[in-house]
Design a protein around this ligand. Structure first.
Ligand SMILES: [Fe+2]
Length: 260
C-alpha cells in the first residue's frame, strides 16, 4: 500500500524514519513544562505576529487557551502552548536577557534540535508523497531544501479528569500537514473521516506518522486525518505533546488547528 493509500484508509501514513532520540524529545518536553513556571505575563511577552497583514493568524511564542464552554458543550481544551519558528525565536530569547531565565535558555537549545529534525523528517515525507503522485507538493512547500512554514508546537494541557479519561475533542487540522513528534502518553486516535478515529495509534519510538491537513486536501487531494485524544488518567497525570505543522509557501500563512 502506498503512503497516499494509507492516508485514505487510516487517516495517517507511516514512515520507517528513525525517530529522533526519544530521550531528547522527552527532555525537550520536560524543559518546556518547566518554562511554564515562569511568570505568565512574561511568557506572553514572547508573542509575535509573523505576518503583519494576515488575518486570523496564531502568534508565534507562548500562548494560553482557556476552557470555553458554550451551552454545556466544551469548545476548547484549556492549555499552554508555544509556537516555535526561527522568525519568533528572538522574542523568546529576549526573556533570557531581560530576566535571566535559565530554563528558557535550555528550552531554546532543545527546541532548535527538535526543529532541525522536524525539517528533515517533513522534507522526506513530502518527497515520498510526491514520488507517489502528489505532483507539485515539494515545490509548494519546500524552498532551498527547507520548509519555510514549519512550526513546532510544544503543548501542555491542563490537568483534567473526566470519567477517568483525559480527552481532547476530535478535529481535522487546518494546516497543510501534521507530524506528531512526541506525546507524554499514548492517546492519539486517528481516522480518515469525520468522527472516524476509533482506536489509539501506537507510534512513538517505532515509526513516524504523518497526517494531511485540510489545506493539503484542498490543493493535492490527500485525505486529511480526523483525530482526537483519549488518554487514561493515571493519578492525575497531565498531557504534553510536541507536534510539527507544515504549510505551503503560498499563501504564506501561520495556521491555527481547529479546536486548538
Ligand atoms: Fe490537531
Amino acid at each position: 500500500m502506498t503512503h497516499i493509500e494509507q492516508l485514505a484508509q487510516q487517516g495517517y501514513a507511516e514512515f520507517p524514519i528513525p525517530a529522533l532520540e526519544y530521550k531528547l524529545l522527552q527532555h525537550a518536553m520536560y524543559v518546556f513544562m518547566q518554562t511554564l513556571e515562569i511568570q505568565h505575563e512574561n511568557l506572553l511577552e514572547t508573542q509575535f505576529l509573523q505576518h503583519k497583514n494576515l488575518e486570523n493568524q496564531t502568534p508565534l511564542g507562548y500562548n494560553r487557551k482557556e476552557l470555553c464552554v458554550v451551552e454545556g458543550q466544551q469548545q476548547s481544551d484549556p492549555k499552554w502552548y508555544c509556537h516555535f519558528h526561527p522568525a519568533g525565536r528572538s522574542r523568546i530569547s529576549d526573556l533570557v536577557s531581560a530576566y535571566n531565565y535559565n530554563c528558557i535558555k535550555e528550552f531554546l537549545f532543545y527546541a532548535d534540535k527538535v526543529y532541525a529534525y522536524a525539517q528533515e523528517t517533513s522534507v522526506t515525507v513530502l518527497k515520498q508523497l510526491e514520488r507517489e503522485g502528489a505532483e507539485g507538493l515539494c515545490a509548494a512547500y519546500i524552498r532551498d531544501g527547507i520548509i519555510p512554514n514549519l512550526i513546532l508546537r510544544f503543548l501542555a494541557y491542563d490537568l483534567q479528569e473526566h470519567d477517568g479519561y483525559f480527552t481532547a475533542r476530535g478535529h481535522f487540522d487546518k494546516s497543510g500537514g501534521t507530524i506528531p513528534l512526541f506525546e507524554t502518553s499514548s492517546g492519539l486516535c486517528i481516522g480518515p473521516e469525520k468522527n472516524g478515529a476509533t482506536s489509539v495509534v501506537e507510534w512513538m519510538r517505532t515509526k513516524t506518522i504523518f497526517m494531511a491537513g485540510l489545506a493539503m486536501k484542498e490543493y493535492f487531494g490527500l485525505t486529511p486525518g480526523w483525530h482526537h485524544v483519549q488518554q487514561e488518567i493515571q493519578e492525575c497525570s497531565g498531557r504534553g505533546a510536541i507536534i510539527a505543522f507544515i504549510d505551503p509557501i503560498e499563501p504564506y500563512t501561520v495556521t491555527e488547528a481547529e479546536a486548538h
